[in-house]
Design a protein around this ligand. Structure first.
Ligand SMILES: [Zn+2]
Ligand SMILES: [Zn+2]
Ligand SMILES: [Zn+2]
Length: 245
C-alpha cells in the first residue's frame, strides 16, 4: 500500500514549473500518473478535471483536500477559460454531484451578452456538462456522468436513488456521510428531469412548453409483436367478427 503513495520527489521542487520555492506537496491519485506538483501547477493541471480529490503532504502524511480549498475556480463556458466579460465579477458557489463524490466549487459564470436571459444560468451549466437541479437560479448541479451512471445502475442492480446518494456522500468522506451535504432531493428531481428530456430527444420531440402539449403515444416505443395492420395481420381482418380479429 505504501508503495503506491511513496514518492521521494514530495517536498522537492515542483515537477512541472521546476521553481525551487514552490515545493511539490500536492498529488492527485485520480489523475493517471500525475507527478507531485506545487499548488499553482496542481490547479492548472485540473482545469479540465475540476472534481478530483487532491492529497496534500502535511505532518508526514497525505490529507485529502478539495481544489476549492486552495482557491481553484471553475470557469463555466469558454472551454474552461475565464469569461472575457467576467473579469470584475464575483464567483458563485455550486454544489456538484460527480462520480467521485459531492463537491463544493467556486465557479465563474459566463457574462457574455445574450438575447435570452431566462434560464441562462441553467443553460450555461448544462453546456459545461453540469445538469442543473432546477432551471431557476440553480445552486446544485450533477455531471452527466453521475446521471448516466445511476441510470445504468437502475437497469443492472437494485440500488435506489437514496442509496446511491448515500454512496456519493460516503465516496466524498469515507468515514461519515455527514461530512458532505445531503442533496438527495435535488438528485431525485434532476434525475427524473434528465430521463424525461432524454426520452424527448430519443423520440425527436420538443419539450412540451416549447411546442404545446405532447401528442398521446409520442414517447411510446414501437412494439413489433403487437398487431400492426398491413404488417403482421391477415388481410381482411376488419371484416371478421370482433372476437376472431
Ligand atoms: Zn509548479
Ligand atoms: Zn486529478
Ligand atoms: Zn462569456
Amino acid at each position: 500500500m505504501h508503495e503506491r503513495e511513496h514518492d521521494s520527489r514530495i517536498g522537492g521542487a515542483c515537477m512541472r514549473c521546476h521553481v525551487e520555492t514552490r515545493p511539490a506537496l500536492y498529488k492527485c491519485f485520480m489523475c493517471f500518473q500525475l507527478p507531485p506538483l506545487c499548488e499553482q501547477c496542481v490547479k492548472d493541471a485540473h482545469k479540465h478535471a475540476p472534481f478530483h480529490d487532491i492529497q496534500v503532504w502535511r505532518n508526514n502524511c497525505f490529507s485529502r483536500i478539495t481544489l476549492a480549498s486552495i482557491g481553484f475556480v471553475v470557469n463555466l463556458g469558454h472551454d474552461g477559460d475565464p469569461c472575457p466579460h467576467g473579469a470584475a465579477k464575483s464567483t458563485s458557489k455550486y454544489t456538484v454531484l460527480h462520480e467521485g463524490g459531492i463537491h463544493e466549487v467556486q465557479a465563474l459564470r459566463c457574462f457574455c451578452p445574450v438575447r435570452e436571459e431566462k434560464g441562462r444560468d441553467a443553460m450555461t451549466l448544462w453546456r459545461s456538462d453540469l445538469f442543473p437541479a432546477t432551471f431557476l437560479r440553480p445552486q446544485t448541479a450533477m455531471t452527466s456522468g453521475v446521471l448516466r451512471g445511476f441510470h445504468l445502475l437502475t437497469l443492472t442492480t437494485k440500488v435506489t436513488a437514496s442509496g446511491f446518494c448515500t454512496y456519493l456522500r460516503r465516496r466524498t468522506s469515507y468515514w461519515s456521510k455527514d461530512d458532505s451535504k445531503d442533496r438527495a432531493r435535488e438528485f431525485f428531481m434532476a434525475f427524473r428531469m434528465f430521463c424525461f428530456l432524454l426520452q424527448l430527444k430519443r423520440h425527436a420531440q420538443s419539450p412540451p412548453s416549447l411546442d404545446g402539449e405532447l401528442r398521446a403515444g409520442s414517447l411510446a416505443i414501437f412494439c413489433a409483436a403487437c398487431p400492426q395492420p398491413g404488417i403482421n395481420m391477415t388481410p381482411g381482418w376488419e371484416s371478421r367478427p370482433r372476437e376472431k380479429q
